[in-house]
Design a protein. Structure first.
Length: 367
């Protein structure tokens, strides 16, 4: 178990030269718009790119072969990998299509004629009315149609303006690869992102991705072939079968000597099943939990020290200052090295939050 813990940390926290290199190395970086104290993608990349500043990924996006995409969740990935998701979803009717017949075609024609469109400008141009968003609220029908076209691979995000996605038409696709090839490629992407990965979690992720080769008819067959392949290594620990790429050796991983406040969606902690097994306590993301029922806090950042996740940190703006509150899952580490490393991480997080606040037009000075 100690070697597996060290491996889970070291393999994903390797340093990259740029945001685009980090995305290519990981294969996928999850997005989340909540700033607490910065967006999830920025909190993920600050640990992997030296000198990373909030918003660097958005600034680099248009100049590199990257695509925002729905894998198992929404995020950004290398364009060549995102291409393998498609064609997808043509057989599923979205609510916006039922409520506004023909809206997808109208939006796509507008994109192809104009090259790129901001959702507000598109809504004004088409005057398509409203529909229900993916979160249950109200949304412009044309904006929801953009989501649909992006999911199907017909539209793509070309850039962001103040965090808002600006869309353009996707390039014409070459002929789709066979479903079995698609399934294998996407399973490998998931494994390299989250290894060492419990087999049960890989099955869950495959269901979330879906589409050709990973649909209900082919998913179990694709998983069985993939897990049995010589390119996938495995070991059973406490009746949990872990999988990882066979070209990696968990025994070679060293110990990370920094304290790190991780995003709730960081690959180190994303899988809650693995989290509880490796670190012995149940972390929960509680941003959408009623305040009275929260245990850890609105946007608790798991706190990594050496080969353990020892607790969590909440970063809350209070009266123009960033209040950092640390909680521990068990006994607080007592050694002086931890105290120094924690102070360094808190100072780094405050500095990082100030760069994000300036980008967002807010102010978060020193505490």
């Amino acid at each position: 178990m100690p070697a597996l813990r060290r491996y889970a940390i070291a393999r994903t926290l390797a340093s990259s030269a740029s945001p685009a290199d980090a995305v290519a190395r990981l294969g996928f970086v999850q997005y989340d718009p909540i700033r607490a104290p910065a967006c999830a993608q920025d909190l993920i990349l600050r640990h992997r790119v030296a000198g990373y500043r909030a918003g660097d990924l958005d600034r680099a996006y248009a100049a590199h072969p990257l695509d925002e995409a729905y894998l198992h969740v929404y995020g950004v990935m290398p364009a060549a990998q995102a291409e393998r998701l498609h064609p997808r979803g043509d057989d599923l009717e979205w609510r916006v299509e039922r409520e506004h017949p023909g809206i997808g075609g109208r939006v796509l024609r507008h994109l192809r004629a104009g090259g790129a469109a901001h959702p507000r400008a598109l809504a004004k141009a088409l005057g398509a009315g409203a529909t229900t968003s993916g979160w249950g609220g109200s949304s412009s029908a044309s904006t929801r149609a953009l989501d649909m076209l992006q999911y199907r691979g017909l539209a793509r995000v070309v850039r962001r303006e103040a965090g808002i996605r600006v869309y353009g038409p996707s390039a014409e696709r070459s002929r789709a690869e066979p479903p079995s090839h698609r399934a294998r490629t996407l399973l490998e992407t998931l494994l390299r992102l989250y290894a060492p990965l419990p087999e049960g979690t890989l099955r869950q992720l495959a269901r979330m991705v879906g589409g050709r080769g990973l649909d209900d008819a082919g998913r179990e067959r694709a998983l069985a072939r993939f897990v049995a392949d010589a390119a996938v290594a495995s070991e059973t620990v406490d009746r949990v079968r872990y999988l990882w790429p066979a070209d990696e050796d968990p025994r070679e991983a060293g110990i990370d000597l920094r304290v790190r406040a991780l995003a709730p969606f960081d690959p180190v902690v994303w899988d809650r099943r693995r989290f509880e097994h490796l670190w012995g306590w149940a972390y929960r993301f509680e941003a959408y939990t009623p305040a009275a029922k929260r245990v850890y806090g609105y946007y608790a950042l798991p706190l990594l020290w050496r080969d353990r996740v020892v607790g969590w940190l909440n970063a809350t703006p209070v009266a123009g200052k960033l209040d950092l509150a640390v909680g521990y899952a068990g006994t607080r580490p007592r050694d002086a090295a931890f105290r120094r490393a924690l102070d360094d991480e808190l100072a780094a997080l405050r500095a990082f939050a100030r760069t994000d606040a300036r980008r967002a037009g807010n102010t978060v000075p020193d505490r």
